[in-house]
Design a protein around this ligand. Structure first.
Ligand code: ZN
Length: 210
């Protein structure tokens, strides 16, 4: 740690270095930046962070982060309740929402099955998903999980648990990245893309879809 003539500065720098990706020099730069701001502006910065941490809730239906008991997706009457997109965490919700192509609702698992990390189905929001499917008139569950061993294991487990309900279970397509060159695509992705090929008209994303 660098030497500081002020303990107040040193303490602030220490707090910033606790953030991911922030080294001591960057932390010092941020602290100096704040030091140059109006006191009122800095107070607002602190207040917003404190309020965010204190007031944030998890949606009681889908477990997404929320400002209220129900998140903005679940409380939106325009969203189709009959389709649930299953994701690992709320960052995935943000990513999919920003595509503006999905009009259903979500279910945030809170992780994926990973025996190495000691995460089993009982640690995830599985029972509440089954409850929703049972009570909400769900027709389709779309699995939008990472294309990894853990993601596949989770999809397999969930599809088995969903089987008795007789609904459609789909997964996001896994394929060659848009703008990517075929010859540089890894073999597993390329093999999967061929195995899960789709009719040409289905491959075109209609811009009018909403
Ligand atoms: Zn919700």
């Amino acid at each position: 740690m660098l030497k500081y003539s002020s303990k107040l500065i040193a303490d602030a720098v220490t707090e910033f270095t606790k953030l991911p990706g922030i080294g001591e020099k960057t932390a010092l730069r941020l602290v100096i930046h704040l030091l140059k701001q109006d006191k009122e502006k800095v107070k607002q910065f602190g207040d917003v962070v404190t309020k965010m941490r204190h007031d944030i809730q998890y949606c009681k239906t889908c477990h997404n982060i929320s400002d209220h008991e129900l998140c903005s997706v679940c409380s939106n009457k325009m969203r189709e309740q009959s389709i649930i997109c299953v994701v690992e965490n709320f960052r995935d919700v943000i990513a999919i929402e920003n595509t503006e192509i999905f009009r259903g609702t979500y279910h945030v698992l809170g992780g994926i099955i990973s025996p190495i990390d000691g995460i089993g189905p009982e640690q995830l929001n599985v029972e509440s998903l089954l409850m929703r499917v049972k009570e909400q008139g769900v027709k389709e569950v779309l699995m939008a999980l990472s294309p990894t061993i853990e993601g596949d294991t989770t999809v397999f487990y969930l599809s088995k648990r969903l089987q008795p309900f007789g609904i459609t279970v789909t997964t996001i397509a896994r394929g060659v990245a848009f703008g990517g060159e075929l010859e540089y695509t890894d073999e597993l992705t390329l093999a999967r893309s061929i195995a899960t090929r789709v009719p040409y008209e289905n491959a075109l994303v209609k811009s009018s879809t909403s």
